[in-house]
Design a protein around this ligand. Structure first.
Ligand code: ADP
Ligand code: MG
Length: 550
């Protein structure tokens, strides 16, 4: 037994505290409330109220003291209950890790910054950042550890997502460069091979076979490059309103031909959901997913496709900046195949990553899907466990009402561009960034303001340069309506577009917006926004009565 003394030891900040009590249940030992508040009470309150877990533990792996944050973090009913657990087996996800830490830190005076995997009482894994010190007796032996534990689960998850996103971005840039150059090289090779073949004199007929082989190789190379370009390139899609349900049911017959008869293809729903997407790209995505599902189900199984409407919130924006908050259609493609382990799951979108034998897989299918979905402003998630099958969820932005009204299954709309300067006032930072990114992509110069006052300052500083003001209606300091009124009072004729998360009618009811001022409802789609902006800039304010109008 390492704990020789159970009475007192030097605690945090050198203050004496009992080693076997619990900071969570101090009632019995507290001095009467009438007594002056002692230093002891003051330290106790500091620890009881701490946001991070604070504990003292024995070398053998028992908690000796825990604060309420510790009890909450580990999901126990009381401090008493937590004091009864065996840390190595009940708290550490891997008992060996604790033994290793003890070995490592028994010799050290204090240690800061080690991240460990713990589990809560119900088994949920949590990532915890530990720092603290070993407390020694007069003989220099470690008596116990005094530690601060911070739950960093959310942060580590976000960091992992961010790392993944950055990796994909880096790989995307690298691939784009290579693919672009190779594409040119292969084009030259292909054109010249075709040319030589067409001119080959009959006496050189024996060369024909060699040249045809060369031609086939070049074609295969070109097909691979196409996939790489789909992974990395932006802005090549023909986005338009597309009935996803209809496209899926039309593609199903083709999918049935890809999979063997032992695989059943099930369509969960054929309801009409109109998204903003490129039909050819969606077909390619389905084809690749079906091929992977087929490969994962050599002994047969079920391939299921379903669609569902859902809302994606701000939460995705940090790691997937191209995803705007709003309404999305979720296309779920699942199989009952072999599934993937964590190592495969992590690399599934990397170009050239394949677990298939040479010649069977190129490792470009999922990479292409990733790129295509990203270019749609969507998201793709893979859920898979070994032996449990695989579910791929793909989110496409929903088309707005006006776009849905004119659905063309093969819609091939090129969105209008411009070179004007636009002042954007928006208090929500992520929307501000997204707006800027989008407008710049379509050729505009953008000035950003975080509220109405800043918008007016910017406007005055750039007098004469600004061709259009886009302003959110509800903002701190000065709202969009006031910005508009001020500009008109100062006889500035610059066109103004209002945006708001409230419906046009709500806003008109409460803020009395001029029905002549163009209004874009949030969440807008890129197509809706750039088309409306172009119309306003071209002086055509209200081409058609809005469905939300009075
Ligand atoms: P390829 O199919 O050419 O190997 P992909 O990019 O399509 O390349 O897929 C990469 C890897 O991801 C596959 O080799 C496989 O290990 C894994 N994978 C993809 N989809 C599935 C699935 N539905 N079931 C099991 N594993 C899959
Ligand atoms: Mg594949």
């Amino acid at each position: 037994m390492v704990m020789r003394r159970t009475t007192a030891s030097k605690g945090i900040s050198g203050h004496t505290v009992r080693t076997t009590d619990s900071w969570s249940e101090p009632a019995g030992r507290r001095k009467p409330l009438t007594a002056p508040r002692s230093a002891d009470d003051s330290y106790r309150s500091l620890i009881d109220g701490a946001l991070h877990g604070i504990y003292r533990s024995s070398v053998t792996g028992k908690f000796l003291t825990v604060n309420p944050a510790m009890v909450r973090m580990l999901g126990y009913g009381s401090a008493q209950e937590l004091l009864g657990v065996d840390m190595a087996h009940d708290v550490y996800a891997d008992a060996g890790v604790r033994a290793q830490l003890i070995k490592q830190y028994c010799g050290a005076e204090r240690f800061a910054g080690v991240e460990v995997q713990w589990k809560r009482k119900d088994g949920t894994p949590i990532a915890v950042h530990l720092s603290g010190r070993a407390v020694r007796n007069t003989l220099g032996e470690v008596e116990c550890f005094e530690m601060v534990a911070e739950d960093v689960t959310a942060r580590s998850r976000l960091e992992a997502q961010l790392r993944q996103a950055q990796k994909m971005e880096a790989v995307g840039q690298l691939t784009a460069g290579i693919a672009h150059d190779l594409n040119n090289i292969l084009t030259v090779a292909s054109v010249n091979t075709d040319f030589v073949l067409s001119l080959l004199p009959p006496e050189l007929r024996q060369l024909r076979g060699d040249l045809e082989e060369l031609q086939t190789a070049v074609r295969r190379g070109t097909a691979m490059i196409k996939k790489l370009l789909a992974f990395s390139r932006r802005d090549v899609l023909q986005l338009g309103a597309l009935d996803l349900g209809q496209l899926i049911s039309e593609t199903t017959s083709m999918l049935r031909r890809i999979v063997p008869e032992t695989v059943a293809v099930e369509l969960a729903s054929q309801e009409s959901v109109v998204v903003q997407a490129d039909p050819t790209a969606v077909e390619q995505i389905l084809l690749n997913l079906a091929t992977n599902a087929r490969d994962a189900m050599p002994n047969g199984g079920v391939l299921r496709i379903a669609i569902q409407c859902t809302v994606l919130d701000e939460g995705y924006h940090g790691t997937h900046p191209w995803v705007l908050p709003g309404r999305y259609a979720c296309m779920t493609v699942s199989d009952t195949g072999t599934g993937m382990d964590a190592a495969t799951r992590e690399r599934v979108f990397e170009p050239f990553f394949t677990t298939k034998p040479r010649g069977a897989g190129s490792g470009l299918g999922m990479a292409m899907i990733y790129g295509l979905v990203k270019q749609h402003g969507g998201l793709v998630h893979v859920y898979s466990e070994p032996g449990q099958g695989t579910t791929v969820k793909i989110y496409f932005p929903l088309a707005t009402h006006s776009e849905a009204a004119g659905v063309h299954p093969e819609a091939a709309r090129v969105l209008p561009r411009g070179t004007e300067t636009i002042l954007v006032a928006e208090d929500e930072a992520s929307i501000r960034r997204a707006t800027r990114r989008m407008l710049e992509q379509y050729g505009y110069t953008v000035l950003l303001a975080a509220d109405g006052e800043e918008a007016l300052e910017l406007f005055r500083a750039h007098e004469g340069e600004i061709d259009l003001v886009i302003t959110d209606l509800v903002m701190p300091k000065l709202g969009g309506r006031q910005v508009y009124d001020t500009l008109r009072r100062e006889e500035k004729s610059v066109p103004v577009v209002f945006t708001s998360g409230y419906s046009e009618r709500d806003v008109q009811g409460s803020v009395h917006v001029d029905p002549d001022v163009p209004f874009v409802h949030k969440p807008w789609t890129v197509a809706e926004f750039v088309v409306r902006i172009r119309q306003v800039l071209d002086g055509c304010r209200r081409p058609s009565p809005s469905p939300l109008g009075p």
